[in-house]
Design a protein around this ligand. Structure first.
Ligand SMILES: NC(=O)c1ccc[n+]([C@@H]2O[C@H](COP(=O)([O-])OP(=O)(O)OC[C@H]3O[C@@H](n4cnc5c(N)ncnc54)[C@H](O)[C@@H]3O)[C@@H](O)[C@H]2O)c1
Length: 270
């Protein structure tokens, strides 16, 4: 009985940024739970690789090209997926990340942070990472009267991390936006939640965490030192949270929440 709670057979999920580390792992998890998965992104190569991996594991997946920062492109993509796989009832917003230009170098003056870099990080994480996909995919979910939106925020959105001010503020806005939209759509059958990962090595943060020789940077070492589990996360460790939130049976009364998966980072100060 309990195992049925996490069965996603008959569900179609779109994973924006499924071309990346965390989105890819969450796409794997949704497919393993029985969902048909659309990997949405800009890289045909990386998207195709993820589709092949899901198929090799016995799942169903398709790649769909879209720019998360462009509403028309998202609407076209949504309609294409619906034609090929069926109506989408799960949206995972995992397109996002930090930008090196928006990270203050050690000892740098905050007043010198370039506006373009700040705007780019907000545009990527808040506009492309939440706002526009929620509008494009949300309108079809509202019409159908059911759906689950899962925004990928960050533990940095709850307490700002040093040096990555734009990223932290943009992710705080994603959490706030998630709460807004949850209330807005609560009586219309669409649940809206966030997952806030702690530190998981990916392309967008590799330089911040690792030296060229594979050892930790000073910051990487500090993070491990502050994480009670004393390690980085593995992207596969987001599987439980994403499948739970995607499943109407498992999380039907859960909306507006921010689920933190961080090895205990946010639970302690030293
Ligand atoms: N890795 C971590 O430690 C960590 C921690 C907390 C939150 N996050 C968040 O998780 C999400 C996924 O990050 P990741 O670490 O897997 O990074 P990643 O760089 O591996 O994946 C992000 C993916 O999004 C895609 N993307 C970027 N802009 C896009 C656009 N305009 N349209 C379509 N696709 C676009 C990228 O091409 C990439 O494939 C991001 O929102 C990130 O901020 C990551």
């Amino acid at each position: 009985m309990a195992s049925n709670l996490f069965d996603l057979s008959g569900t179609v999920a779109a994973v924006l940024g499924g071309t990346g580390a965390l989105g890819g792992a969450m796409a794997d998890a949704l497919a393993a739970a029985g969902a048909k998965v659309a990997i949405v992104g800009r890289s045909v190569t990386r998207g195709g690789q993820r589709v092949k991996a899901i198929e090799a594991a016995g799942g169903v997946a398709k790649f769909a090209l879209a720019d998360a920062r462009n509403l028309d492109s998202l609407r076209d993509c949504r309609d294409g997926i619906a034609k090929e796989l069926g109506p989408i009832s799960v949206l995972v917003n995992a397109a996002g990340g930090n930008r090196p230009e928006a990270t203050l170098p050690p000892g740098a003056d905050f007043c010198d942070l370039p506006l373009e870099a700040w705007q780019d990080v907000f545009d990527l994480n808040l506009v492309g990472g939440a706002l526009l996909p929620c509008q494009a995919f949300g309108e079809a979910m509202l019409e159908a009267g059911s759906g689950s939106v899962i925004n990928i925020a960050s533990m940095a959105g709850m307490t700002p991390l040093s040096r990555v001010v734009a990223y932290s503020a943009a992710k705080a806005a994603v959490i706030n936006f998630t709460q807004f939209l949850a209330r807005e759509w609560a009586t219309r059958g669409v649940r809206v939640n966030a997952i806030s990962p702690g530190f998981f090595p990916a392309e967008q943060n590799r330089k911040l965490l690792f030296n060229d020789d594979g050892g930790y940077t000073e910051r990487g070492g500090q993070i491990i030192g502050h994480t009670p589990m004393a390690r980085f996360g593995d992207p596969s460790e987001l599987a439980g949270a994403v499948v739970w939130l995607a499943s109407q049976k498992a999380s039907s009364f859960v909306t507006g929440q921010n689920i933190v998966v961080d090895g205990g980072f946010s639970a302690t100060t030293i």
